[in-house]
Design a binder for this molecule. Structure first.
Ligand SMILES: Nc1nc2[nH]cnc2c(=O)[nH]1
Length: 360
């Protein structure tokens, strides 16, 4: 059984990553909306920004390297192996780069949907993502379900889905039905793709042929986001978006300086989002990651009411209550499971054993 110190560290890491994911999963869609509603037009630029902040990850990676070097110097054991700056081996690099390209495609589909659809419709489709995550997690990582987690999936999907009941006033003015249908289809495909990406990250942790540490999780994010932004950069070049981007700063509704703040802010917030996501998957599972993202859908709506003065209506209130109920149900199930494991430690052996929190 895991030592008590390891379990406490794992819980602290999980809480930190849940906070990062919650911040990114609400802030990301809000800042994308800020870009589009004030005159931003480039879907490729918006999707590029979702990955482009990856150099930020070099900061925690450098801190991790310094900590490991200090530990090594202070250690009384003789260790002749060279301290590596890069821990990732080829199989994990290949997995991360493939997931990165798929993420680049997803970022484009997701940005396209957010820019073309009414807020409520986009919320409905993003809500379906949790069901896709559950299905792919079942096949890819043999996710086990309890009555509590199934209850949570149904409540959270319903909760966010209720937002779609209220569509008037949300639909962008003067949008053609072709653009609307394309927005719908692209967002739905993005929900399927992201529902696939989350369990695929968990799958790569177990199949990467090396023990996963938090430093390695950071390296995985760096590689993933590098390839995601490369994919979108190529898209930007092919679609000749650069010309329109150089002009749009002059016409941006909030002014030129705010335009740059929105772009840089986007890049940072999406890194926080992905860092939270890969971290929650590392500490717990892709299913919990999906549950948290679904919980953030109605919370984002409430924040949009506060920050963008969007209308608050009964559906948003009911949606929030259902989502919180689903979330509590999930955690109650997890709590009961943890208690069962404390009583019967042999069950712990069924958990993944290739992860280490205490060794960064
Ligand atoms: N499809 C999709 N893409 C994302 N990229 C970052 N977050 C999301 C999300 O919730 N859904």
């Amino acid at each position: 059984m895991e030592p008590k110190h390891d379990r406490t560290m794992k819980r602290i890491f999980l809480i930190i990553n849940c906070i990062l994911l919650a911040t990114g999963a609400t802030g990301g869609p809000l800042i994308i909306r800020l870009y589009f509603i004030h005159g931003g037009n480039s879907v490729w630029l918006s999707s590029f920004l979702q990955g482009a902040g990856f150099p930020i990850i070099l900061i925690p990676l450098s801190i991790s390297y310094i900590i490991r070097r200090r530990r090594r110097i202070n250690s009384t054991h003789d260790d002749n192996t060279k301290l590596k700056m890069i821990n990732m081996k080829l199989p994990l690099f290949l997995y991360s780069s493939i997931i990165g390209v798929i993420t680049g495609l997803d970022n484009y589909l997701y940005s396209y949907g957010v820019s073309r659809l009414p807020v409520s419709t986009a919320a409905l489709i993003v809500a379906s993502q949790l069901a896709f995550t559950a299905i792919f997690a079942f096949f890819l990582v043999k996710q086990k379900f309890t009555s509590y987690s199934v209850n949570a999936i149904v409540l959270l999907t319903l909760g966010a889905g209720i937002l779609a009941l209220h569509t008037d006033g949300d639909r962008p003015n003067g949008e053609s039905s072709k653009t609307y249908v394309m927005g719908f289809v692209f967002t739905l495909v993005a929900a399927v793709v992201y529902g696939f990406i989350l369990p695929l990250v968990e799958f790569s942790y177990s199949k990467g042929k090396q023990a996963i540490t938090y430093t390695l999780v950071l390296e995985i994010q760096l590689v993933m986001c590098f390839f995601a932004s490369l994919f979108c950069l190529i898209g930007m070049i092919i679609s000749k978006d650069f010309q329109s981007i150089s002009r749009e700063k002059w016409h941006y509704g909030l002014g030129e300086a705010s335009y740059y703040v929105v772009l840089v802010g986007s890049a940072i917030i999406w890194q926080i989002n992905f860092l939270g996501a890969v971290g929650v998957i590392f500490c717990s599972s892709s299913l919990l990651c999906g549950v948290l993202i679904a919980l953030m859908v109605p919370i984002t709506q409430v924040l949009a009411v506060i920050f963008y003065k969007e209308k608050f209506n009964a559906e948003k209130g009911v949606s929030l209550v259902l989502s919180i109920w689903g979330f509590v149900s999930y955690f109650y199930g997890e709590f009961k499971q943890a208690k069962k494991m404390m009583k019967n430690p042999t069950l712990v052996d069924e958990l993944p054993q290739n992860q280490s929190i205490t060794n960064p």
